[in-house]
Design a protein around this ligand. Structure first.
Ligand code: MLT
Ligand code: ZN
Length: 488
């Protein structure tokens, strides 16, 4: 791939032309308006942008892309700006234009027979979930940032989250897709077919491409029947081995009932209790680790509660679970989930943290947690490992919070040592260095080592075929020819 040649850009002319096709509300240029789009949620990256565009529909976006391409201006797609890896933040050159999808925010239809939803890119995930629920169905994708994250970004990053254990990642939910390609042409793939064996599944190219191959503008999403019975329990366990044993106990009896199976460390839970108003542990004693398990079924007569009580009683008798509480109402379910969902926010409030969004085969999660905890504690005495996440699909957020006696900057200066330490163990366990957050601009330096050879070369060839001038979200996913760690 060749880097975009720094073409001389007539900014004034380009911005006038963009205002012509997008209208005045569609082009932001004032510094105060642009700034929020130039910083990521984690506050790791502070870029600059020539402008922020807000197209209202696919045709307007296509016209704007053609203009940017004609002027050789790089484009950065942005949805809810919730990336954990700086995937939607411009660089600091001031040459890039951010294209925000939030005005394309219509749900175009819900089909109860096909159980599908047609959705535009800027619809927040939570709004899409609520619309599915109002129609008597469920959109089975749930992530901590669902209030802000938008469908286009959710798909472009192939988001995972809490329900992957049962329904797969975003990729598995997409039947059809519309996208604007890097040259402005529209890819019309909005089909709603369960079977369509007509060559390459091109829609899947855009899912997980992190905006490097174009803009996802619309999608057909497969919905599921709404659950009629839901049970949620919070369980205290001795360690991750106990958590895995509990997962296996549920799975052996009925894997199809497990809607979420989440692990939390004692350290992470203590931070949530301390730093998140209204979050209180409903167990008598704090424990070394916790599991939040959600079972659900669309059958109204499944006696789910009895089933869950039976499994938990056995687990307590066997010493796997030391204490447990089952939600008695929807309000209590929400409160139990709050203890899990607020982990990222609590860690943010606790100071600087280093995130390792890793996955290993499920059976190796306990070894990952034990080894990485030991190794990080040896590396930086006083470091606070607070691993949590989606144990049911092998994706653990091996996050580490700064020691209380170290400055945040000094801690972040060691970020790459910490990430490398965890990565060595993950590699040894046949895992992945990025399970669900993607690569963004934080982790391209890891690509050469982890996805090198034919894999990265093939990705580069696809990228060069669709975006020969590297104008789509440059600096994301792909390491430069010589790759040194980015400073983060
Ligand atoms: C989550 O599952 O809550 C996240 O992916 C957040 C994180 O890694 O901090
Ligand atoms: Zn997660």
């Amino acid at each position: 791939m060749t880097a975009a040649a720094p073409a001389p850009v007539d900014h004034t002319r380009l911005l006038e032309q963009l205002a012509d096709v997008l209208g005045p509300a569609g082009v932001l240029t004032a510094a105060d308006d642009i700034d929020p789009f130039c910083t990521d949620w984690r506050n790791l990256y502070h870029g600059r942008a020539l402008a922020v565009l807000r197209p209202a529909d696919t045709d307007a976006l296509s016209a704007a892309v053609r203009l940017c391409v004609a002027h050789g201006v790089p484009m950065v797609p942005q949805g809810g700006n919730t990336s954990m890896v700086g995937g939607a933040t411009p660089d600091d050159s001031g040459r890039e234009i951010v294209i925000c999808m939030s005005r394309m925010n219509h749900i175009r239809g819900i089909d109860p027979h096909e159980m599908t939803m047609e959705v535009e890119a800027g619809v927040p995930l939570k709004v899409a979930q609520d619309a599915a629920r109002d129609a008597g169905m469920m959109l089975p994708l749930s992530i901590s940032s669902e209030g802000s994250a938008q469908m286009g970004g959710v798909l472009a990053t192939n988001a995972g989250g809490n329900n992957t254990v049962r329904y797969g990642n975003a990729r598995e939910l997409v039947l059809g897709l519309e996208a604007v390609l890097p040259d402005g042409e529209v890819f019309h793939g909005l089909r709603r077919l369960r079977k369509d064996n007509t060559g390459y599944a091109l829609r899947q190219l855009f899912v997980g491409s992190e905006g490097t191959l174009g803009f996802i503008t619309r999608a057909i999403i497969q919905l599921q029947p709404a659950p009629k019975e839901v049970e949620v329990a919070l369980c205290a366990v001795g360690d991750a081995q106990g958590a895995l044993a509990l997962f296996s106990a549920f799975r052996a009896l009925d894997p199809a009932l497990i809607q979420a199976f989440e692990y939390m460390s004692g350290t992470g839970m203590a931070l949530v209790n301390e730093l998140i108003p209204g979050a209180a542990l409903p167990l008598e004693q704090p424990a070394p680790a916790y599991v939040l398990v959600e079972l659900a079924t669309p059958r109204p007569d499944a006696n789910l509660r009895e089933f869950m009580e039976g499994v938990l009683a056995d687990a307590m008798e066997n010493g796997i679970v030391t204490d447990a509480v089952m939600a008695e109402s929807e309000g209590q379910r929400t409160n139990l989930w709050k203890l899990r969902e607020e982990h990222a926010e609590a860690q943010k409030r606790a100071g600087a943290s280093v995130k390792n969004d890793v996955s290993v085969p499920v059976s190796r999660v306990p070894e990952l947690i034990a080894r990485a905890t030991r190794a990080c504690e040896e590396l930086i005495p006083g470091i606070r490992p607070a691993p949590f996440g989606h144990l049911g699909d092998g994706n653990i957020h091996f996050n580490l919070v700064q020691p209380t006696d170290m400055s945040g900057d000094a801690f972040l200066a060691r970020a790459h040592d910490i990430m490398d330490t965890v990565a060595d163990i993950v590699r040894d366990l046949d895992g992945s260095f990025s399970a669900e957050h993607g690569v963004g601009q934080l982790k391209p330096y890891m690509m050469a080592e982890w996805r090198g050879g034919a894999e990265l070369a093939t990705m580069r060839r696809i990228k060069a075929a669709l975006d020969p001038r590297n104008l789509m979200n440059p600096g994301k996913i792909f390491p430069p020819a010589t790759s040194a760690p980015a400073s983060a």
